[in-house]
Write a protein that binds this ligand. Structure first.
Ligand code: ATP
Length: 653
């Protein structure tokens, strides 16, 4: 049997994790030898494989499982698209400047850091601080962090700070400025006062073509590429909703002060889904499958009351009680939870936080963020919003291209209403180019206004006024209004969009934190307990040495693993087997196969499990079958232990 895994042998140590990620080249600052640029990172071999494996699982979990329509749209986008979508006017954060040094800080982050540091200082003064900081951590001063000083605050100030922090995302720029003044918040690096908050647009501007006359932007999200292709997608889906489009690609945001590693960068990979539904029917046909999934929910009322206490609730109950606006949104929150926990995110460090009213885009009807806890606190990693009909409506209005669904009605709808009939010839002769304006005014009238106009015309003349204040006098030879019967057999509507939007870097980094630990007997060596499904390498083949006589067997085992679709690597470096395994524990490789002299004679090998370091022994083919099933997830380690005897170090390998 597997030994119990003691993953909390040592408390989480961020410095050690960062050293490991750097040493093993998971990722590193881009352009490092030129001094680097804040917020830009390159992924090395294990980081790239980990990201590809997360993407591949995402594709299976969402695109394949739900039959979504995949897209790959351009990054460079002409300016009018983002003018229409509202990004040019509103895709901005509030920044403040240090009044003496000119250093720029994001206003909400400044308030958060300073108030959190004061609360930490208060805890320390009251003797409630969780862990005294290690000296080496203290030395490594993070620029973006205000340092706590042990000063006790009055109880009402603690309550006020907690209340501000619970609803920080709800404050406007001027309100953040007011908070800085009221609470004497200064730049923690210099203690200088800061300016009033100003808006800073996060899009990278560019221009398309040699003349510089066609401004463009690098997209800050992939979503607009979906919306602009809506009518083609609808056509591809035979004109029916609901359906979803999905896209994985790069996005760019000129973040004000990116200082949190992969959590806030200027170029990152997003995976976005746009799910199109009938606004009158937001049920989801597979909702029953996720009804019982229990989530930690932090709804908006709790936050506005100044608390961060989550409630455990099944998605079914949350939708029934109206906590989550509709079934489709609830369905996606549950699917997001299942995806994140499948790839190794700790469910106890995952919560769903509802946006407060000011935080939510004005057009959205409900919005929840999947937040993952890591060493910097709770971090939004997936946003999931019901964006109503906003995007399709604005693009359609701007371009005149209908972005609507036309649905044949089972029963035609018969209505009677007043209908204007124009004598266009006479109208044109009388009013020239204003004839069109007149028709638009009359066609835009509601039933009551038409009835009034009809009454006036019956009296001989009627006067209408255009939006710019001009008056037009109409007579019955120009226009008649009659009651008519209409039969409508097609319903036309703009679908609503539910959008789950994933930032892969934030998920990847949080996963690395959740997976990292050190063994009790070897604190220097870390282990990344990544699930096999995302681990960069699945199996490490470890021959006793690099001697030629092991080569045929290594080739055979590698080839059989390849045929089984299992990605393996050989480590025949000139160091002890123990060291080689320790190195691969740092890379998160879940299984190891040892090949020894006895393997050549007896055709057996051992199978080592990373977390327990337990080893089993079996014939080469048995071990390959077992490890393949372990990687596929069709058996677990306990089942492998039932199948194969434990290797106690004495059997011939
Ligand atoms: N600068 C960034 N670096 C890394 N990932 C990001 C960044 N900005 C956004 N993301 C990711 O994209 C997802 C969707 O983007 P969204 O626009 O909802 O984020 P946001 O609300 O602007 O994030 P934040 O408030 O943290 O800036 C986020 O949940 C996050 O995972």
């Amino acid at each position: 049997m597997a030994k119990p895994v003691n993953k909390i042998a040592h408390p989480f140590d961020k410095t050690r994790l960062e050293a490991l990620l750097n040493r093993r080249f998971f990722y590193a600052p881009a352009f490092e030898i030129y001094g680097g640029v804040a917020g830009l990172y390159d992924y090395g071999p294990p980081g790239s494989s980990l990201q590809s494996n997360i993407i591949s699982e995402w594709r299976k979990h969402f695109i394949v499982e739900e039959g979504m329509l995949e897209l790959d749209t351009t990054i460079m986008t002409p300016a009018p698209v983002f003018e229409t979508s509202g990004h040019v006017a509103r895709f901005a954060d509030w920044m403040v400047k240090d009044l003496k040094t000119g250093e720029v800080l994001r206003a909400d982050h400044l308030v958060k850091n300073v108030l959190e540091a004061r609360l930490a200082g208060d805890k320390e003064a009251r003797g409630l601080a969780a862990q005294p900081q290690k000296d080496e951590d203290k030395k490594k001063k993070r620029k973006d962090k205000a340092k706590p000083t042990a000063v006790q605050l009055p109880d009402e100030v603690v309550a006020e700070y907690e209340n501000i922090l619970a609803q920080l995302d709800n404050f406007s720029g001027p309100e953040l400025g007011e908070l800085c003044r009221k609470h004497k918040i200064t730049n923690p690096d210099t203690d200088n006062e800061v300016s009033e908050p100003q808006q800073f647009n996060l899009m990278f501007a560019s221009s398309i073509g040699p003349t510089g006359q066609h401004p463009g932007f690098l997209r800050p999200e992939t979503a607009q590429g979906h919306f602009l292709n809506f009518s083609r997608l609808l056509d591809f889906n035979n004109g029916r909703v609901p359906f979803a489009s999905a896209q994985i690609g790069r996005s760019f945001r000129n973040e004000i002060s990116p200082r949190a590693g992969l959590l806030r960068v200027r170029e990152f990979t997003m995976a976005e889904i746009e799910h199109y539904v009938d606004p009158e029917d937001k049920t989801h046909e597979r909702f029953g499958e996720v009804r019982d999934v229990v989530l930690d929910l932090l709804d908006r009322n709790v936050q506005v009351a100044g608390s961060t206490q989550v409630t455990k609730m099944s998605v079914g109950e949350a939708v029934d009680k109206g906590v989550i606006a509709n079934e489709t949104l609830g369905y996606f929150l549950a699917r997001i939870y299942l995806f994140l926990t499948k790839i190794g995110i700790n469910p106890r460090r995952l919560r769903f936080r509802q946006h407060m009213s000011n935080e939510m885009a004005h057009y959205a009807t409900d919005c929840w963020d999947a937040e993952i806890e890591n060493s910097t606190g709770w971090t939004e990693c997936v946003g999931c919003a019901d964006r109503a009909a906003y995007d399709l409506t604005v693009h359609s209005n701007k371009t005149g291209h209908p972005l609507v669904v036309r649905q044949a009605l089972k029963e035609p709808i018969v209505t009677e209403k007043e209908a204007p009939e124009f004598n266009k010839k006479v109208l044109g002769k009388t009013f020239g180019k204003d004839a069109g304006t007149i028709q638009n005014i009359v066609n835009g009238m509601d039933e009551a206004a038409l009835l009034r106009l009809k009454g006036e015309l019956l009296q001989g003349t009627a006067t209408i006024t255009s939006s710019d204040g001009r008056e037009f006098t109409l007579t019955p030879d120009l226009l008649t209004i009659e009651r008519k019967t209409f039969k409508q057999s097609i319903r036309e509507f703009t679908p609503n969009v539910i959008e789950p939007s994933f930032g892969l870097g934030r998920i990847l980094y949080s996963l690395l934190e959740h997976s990292f630990w050190s063994r009790e007997d070897d604190v220097e060596r870390g282990v990344l307990s990544l699930p096999a499904v995302v681990a960069p390498t699945k199996v490490l083949i470890v021959p006793l040495s690099a001697k030629e006589e092991f080569s045929p067997l290594i080739r055979e085992v590698s080839s059989k693993l390849r045929q089984a679709g299992v990605f393996s690597r050989v480590d025949d470096s000139n160091t002890s087997i123990g060291r080689r395994y320790a190195r691969n524990d740092e890379l998160g490789t879940p299984y190891g196969l040892t090949i020894d002299f006895a393997s050549i004679q007896n055709r057996t090998m051992t199978l080592r499990e990373r977390d327990t370091t337990d080893q089993l022994i079996g014939s080469i083919d048995e071990v390959i079958t077992t490890v393949t099933e372990l990687i596929n997830g069709s058996i677990d380690w306990a089942e492998a232990c039932r199948r194969l005897p434990e290797y106690d170090g004495t059997q011939a390998v």
